[in-house]
Ligand binder design. Sequence first.
Ligand SMILES: *Cc1c(COP(=O)(O)O)cnc(C)c1O
Length: 394
Amino acid sequence: MDSSHPSQQHAETRLVTSGRDTKAQKGFVNPPVFHGSTVLYPTAEDLHAHRGEFTYGRHGSPTTKAFQETLMALEGAQCAGVGIVPSGLSAISTTLLSVLKTGDHILVCDNVYRPSRNFCNGMLTRYGVETSYFDPLIGAGIEKLFKPNTRAVLVEAPGSQSFEMPDIRAIAEVAHARGALVIDDNTWATPLYHRSLEQGVDISMQAATKYIGGHSDIMFGTVSANAKAWPQIAEGIRLLGVCAGPDDVFLALRGLRTLSVRLAQHHRSGLEMARWLATRPEVARVLHPALETDPGHAIWKRDFTGASGLFSIVLKPAPQKAVDAMLDTLKLFGMGFSWGGFESLAIPFDCDAYRTATKWAPGGPTLRLHIGLENVDDLKADLDRGFAALTAAM
Ligand SMILES: *Cc1c(COP(=O)(O)O)cnc(C)c1O
């Protein structure tokens, strides 16, 4: 193996070596943050032809180029392009607006990120695109839900609250036979642990706000597409005029450089906490596809090379006030949305409030945990105190 050539390098190495142009950066390792709108053209002829490596701020800069090259190298050979958008939700809305038109139908997995549903039910409905939701465990059975006008299938593996694991390979086989695109919200695993473009996905999106940024300090999104889907995505981004601020692009690139060590630690600590929680008397079930006992484990093992630090637990039946007492007692686990940063989080959630294709009846209160980079013994001690408060408030 010739490890001097990026295509021959392991993913961790590519995260470090890709997108670097030492000469252009006058010897410095990192590119500067290009704050810019206007790009000057040297001659009138160049101006008329829009000729130049960079043409306008919205269309890219040396900072965005370095980021795109690095993410493309991580996505693998199937990736034909990486689009940059201002948030994860914008990755979803930009993608759907780019590939759908009035009269189309889209199949959406019942466990996707709730704002994805809101976008489909709100704006897509207004534009005359019909959405149907399907059971995350449907597999090849999705065939019967296809209509002549079904253009796309949106999946999230695993869903970032209930952690059911759709069989993307089986779904993609059916979708491609029907001429539909497969779109994956790959935020949970990132392309480091789930190379979705190599498994039948045409468009793989990231809320880069989460693990790619990794420090809870940016809003950012990406859309990676294969050769079949990239022209539509590139056109959609251009027509809609979406772009991201240069500081956030720079911080996202900086996040990519250390993604492999952070994610490896989230994987280790997350699994250790999940195993520990599974032994707790207060916990009825742990929803984590990397646990051998999880219903999604076989698919996770087949398609993923690691897990991140986000999973959920189902508590034994307890009144809301007792769960709130637990949450209010926790010191290391903060209460807040988003995840993927260095810090641990705990939030209650209720999928039953929005699911339509499947009934979500976990049998007790549910909490989603993000295991950050703190020491796991400290995290266990924090949850110990929380469980004591839960029991005392019953
Ligand atoms: C957070 C999140 C998003 C949205 O990302 P933002 O950057 O907050 O807009 C999309 N999908 C999933 C799975 C997420 O967790």
